[in-house]
Design a protein around this ligand. Structure first.
Ligand SMILES: [Zn+2]
Length: 99
């Protein structure tokens, strides 16, 4: 995937839905990235709310799903490791290909 693609995708949500704080680059963490799908974690330094966003790129353009979360940044490392451990990557991939 080209780098410019992911940068454009990350601009979908630029403000905190809770307090309208404008996210800075350092508030956005990419958790996962694979063909046409990017998972990012956004944390607001003003109201300390955080959210997860899944961005999918396909024929119809860019689709994003976002949800509020209470996951902290330190939790992210645990998620990442268990994610790989349980082999969900393959499962998710198969799920997406079936659609
Ligand atoms: Zn906020």
């Amino acid at each position: 995937m080209k780098k410019s693609n992911s940068m454009a995708s990350l601009q979908i949500i630029t403000n905190c839905p809770m307090c309208d704080f404008k996210y800075d680059k350092k508030n956005v963490k990419m958790i996962d990235k694979k063909d046409g799908m990017i998972t990012v974690y956004l944390s607001c330094q003003k109201c300390r709310s955080s959210m997860m966003m899944v961005i999918m790129t396909g024929i119809l353009g860019i689709t994003s799903v976002s949800m509020m979360t209470d996951i902290t940044e330190s939790d992210l490392k645990n998620i990442k490791s268990s994610y790989i451990e349980y082999d969900d990557v393959l499962e998710m991939h198969q799920f997406l290909e079936r659609r």
